[in-house]
Write a protein that binds this ligand. Structure first.
Ligand SMILES: O=C(O)c1cc(=O)[nH]c(=O)n1[C@@H]1O[C@H](COP(=O)(O)O)[C@@H](O)[C@H]1O
Length: 234
C-alpha cells in the first residue's frame, strides 16, 4: 500500500477560495488534496464531491474522536463519500479504531485508507508532559499509539516527519506515515512544533507529506507546490 506524494491542505473558509486556489493549476495537474474541518464545516459533503469530480484524490481530515459506536456510525456515513483517505485520533483507543474500520468498510469490502493521528505536530515535549500529563518521551508515545493503530488494523498514522522512520521500523514498511509539520527552510513556522523540510522528509520514511500554508499562502502557490514535490522526491 506504500506510496509517496505531496498532499496540499486546502485550509480555506469558502468553496470560492478553495476552487480559486485549485484553478491556478494547469488542467492536467491534479494534486492530492486534504479537506479539513474548516472547509468541510463551511461547505459540507458537496465540496468533497465537487473536488473529487475535478479529478483530485482527497484526504478527508476530520480527526474523529468519540465513543466507538458514534465513530463507527460516522465512518459509515463518510464511506459513502468517494474519498481516498480519512483519519481519527489514536487517543480514542483500540475499540474506537476497530469500530471505525468496521463502519468505514463498504458492503463490497472496499474502503478509504484509514489513519490515526498520534500526537499533533503542534504539540512539543513540554506540552506533552505539562498539559497532557504524558511522562513518556514524544517518540515513545507516538510509537505506542502507532502500534495500537497497527494492531487495530489501520493502514497508518499521522505523525511528525521526525518519528516517521521509527514508525516504519516498528510497524513495518507498508504501514503508512502521513506527515504534516512540513516547512521549507525559509518558511514561517507558525503554530507547528515538530517540523522538517520536504527534502529531509523525503529521506526520512514519510509516505505522504501534508503541506498547507507554505503552499497556499505563497506568492506563487503552483511554484511552491512543485518545489515541495521536487524536494520531497529528491
Ligand atoms: O491530521 C492532520 O492532517 C494534521 C495532524 C497534525 O498532527 N498536524 C497537522 O498540522 N495536521 C494538519 O496538516 C495541515 C498542516 O498545515 P500547515 O501547518 O499550514 O502546513 C493542517 O491542515 C492541519 O490540520
Amino acid at each position: 500500500m506504500s506510496a509517496k506524494d505531496v498532499i496540499i491542505a486546502l485550509d480555506f473558509p469558502t468553496r470560492e477560495e478553495a476552487l480559486g486556489f485549485l484553478d491556478q493549476f494547469p488542467a492536467g495537474e491534479k494534486p492530492f488534496v486534504k479537506i479539513g474541518m474548516e472547509l468541510f464545516y463551511a461547505e459540507g459533503p458537496q465540496m468533497v464531491r465537487e473536488i473529487k469530480s475535478r479529478g483530485h484524490r482527497i484526504f478527508l481530515d476530520l480527526k474523529l474522536h468519540d465513543i466507538p459506536n458514534t465513530v463507527g456510525r460516522a465512518m459509515a456515513v463518510l464511506s459513502r463519500l468517494d474519498v481516498d483517505m480519512v483519519n481519527l485520533h489514536a487517543s480514542g483507543a483500540s475499540a474506537m479504531m476497530r469500530a471505525a474500520l468496521e463502519g468505514l468498510t463498504r458492503p463490497d469490502g472496499t474502503r478509504p485508507i484509514l489513519i490515526a493521528v498520534t500526537q499533533l505536530t503542534s504539540t512539543d515535549a513540554a506540552t506533552l508532559k505539562n498539559e497532557l500529563l504524558i511522562d513518556t518521551p514524544m517518540a515513545e508515545t507516538v510509537m505506542a499509539y502507532a502500534k495500537n493503530a497497527a494492531d487495530s488494523g489501520l493502514d497508518g498514522v499521522v505523525c511528525s516527519p521526525l518519528e516517521a522512520a521509527l514508525v516504519k521500523e516498528q510497524c513495518g514498511e507498508s504501514f503508512l506515515t502521513v506527515t504534516p509539520g512540513i516547512r521549507f527552510a525559509d518558511s514561517t513556522v507558525g503554530d507547528q512544533k515538530r517540523i522538517m523540510t520536504p527534502e529531509k522528509a523525503g529521506r526520512s520514511g514519510c509516505d505522504y507529506i501534508v503541506v498547507g500554508r507554505p503552499i497556499t499562502q505563497a506568492a506563487d502557490p503552483v511554484a511552491a507546490y512543485r518545489r515541495a514535490v521536487t524536494d520531497f522526491f529528491g
